[in-house]
Write a protein that binds this ligand. Structure first.
Ligand code: PEP
Length: 255
C-alpha cells in the first residue's frame, strides 16, 4: 500500500514572513494522517519554515542540492546541509533545472546517490517537452531520463525514491495531462521499473503527477491507480488551494 504524498514546490517565491505564514496555515489545516505532506520553500527560508513545522507531521524538502558534501563550491548547498535543517526530501531534476540550468541525467544521478546516502528521499522529476509528446516520444524520453538518473542504483535504492512525472508542457501553463494520459505514463513507468529492477521495488515506488494540479482537477488525477500523489507548484502557494488538494488525496486514499 503506497501512502499518498502531496508536495508543494514553492520555487523562487514568497518572502520570509509569507513562507512562515503559509507553513503555519498548512499546519493549522490539520492535514490528515493518511497523507504525507511536504513543503519545499526556497533554501534561505528552510530554517524559518523548519521552525514552524517542528513537532508537526508536515515534512520539509529542499528544491535541489549539490552532489558534493562540502568544500570550495561557491553558492552551492549540500544534502548534509539540507538534512541539518530538517529536510526529509529533496526535489531533483525538476524540468526548470533540466531546461533552464542545463542539468543532465548524469548530474542528477550524482545528486540522487548522495541524497540516498544522506538519508534524504529524492523526488526525481522526469517528463517530456510538448514537441516530444507530439512526436510520440514520451515513453522514450521518460525511459532515458529514468535510466540516466538511476544509473548504477539497485532495486533496494529504487524502492526508496519518489518519482514525479511532470510533463513539461503542463508545468505552470494551466494545461494538465488528462487523468488517462497521466495514468498511461505512470503505468508504463511502473512496468519499466519492474523490468529494470524487480516487481517489489516497482510496486513500492510512489509516482507523483505534477503539472498544473489544482483543486478542480486533483481528485480525478489522484483517483488513477498508479498516481500516488502530486507535486504542486502554483496551487501550493495558497493555503486554501493546497489544503483542498491534500483533502482530495485523502478522499482517494480512503476510497
Ligand atoms: C512544478 O513546478 O513542479 C509544478 C508542477 O508546477 P505547477 O503546479 O505550477 O504546474
Amino acid at each position: 500500500m503506497r501512502r499518498p504524498l502531496i508536495a508543494g514546490n514553492w520555487k523562487m517565491n514568497l518572502n520570509r514572513s509569507e513562507s512562515m505564514g503559509l507553513a503555519q496555515g498548512i499546519v493549522q489545516g490539520n492535514c490528515p494522517g493518511g497523507v504525507e505532506v511536504v513543503l519545499c520553500p526556497t533554501f534561505v527560508y528552510l530554517d524559518a519554515v523548519s521552525g514552524v513545522l517542528d513537532g508537526t507531521s508536515v515534512k520539509l524538502g529542499g528544491q535541489d542540492a549539490y552532489h558534493e558534501s562540502n568544500g570550495a563550491f561557491t553558492g552551492a548547498i549540500s544534502m548534509v546541509m539540507l538534512a541539518d535543517l530538517g529536510c526529509d526530501y529533496v526535489i531533483l531534476g525538476h524540468s526548470e533545472r533540466r531546461h533552464k540550468m542545463n542539468e543532465t541525467n548524469a548530474m542528477i544521478n550524482a545528486k540522487l546517490k548522495v541524497a540516498l546516502a544522506t538519508g534524504i528521499t529524492p523526488i526525481l522529476c522526469i517528463g517530456e517537452l510538448l514537441e516530444e509528446r507530439e512526436a510520440g516520444q514520451t515513453q522514450a524520453v521518460v525511459e532515458s531520463q529514468i535510466d540516466g538518473s538511476l544509473a548504477s542504483l539497485n532495486a533496494e535504492h529504487v524502492a526508496q525514491i519518489v518519482i514525479a512525472y511532470e510533463p513539461v508542457w503542463a508545468i505552470g501553463t494551466g494545461k494538465t495531462a488528462t487523468p488517462e494520459q497521466a495514468q498511461d505514463v505512470h503505468d508504463d513507468l511502473r512496468k519499466l521499473l519492474a523490468s529494470r529492477y524487480n516487481a517489489t521495488s516497482a510496486a513500492a515506488v510512489r509516482i507523483l503527477y505534477g503539472g498544473s494540479v489544482k483543486p478542480s482537477n486533483a481528485a480525478e488525477l489522484l483517483s488513477q491507480p498508479d498516481i500516488d500523489g502530486a507535486l504542486v507548484g502554483g496551487a501550493s502557494l495558497q493555503t486554501d488551494s493546497f489544503l483542498e488538494i491534500i483533502a482530495a488525496s485523502t478522499a482517494e486514499a480512503a476510497s
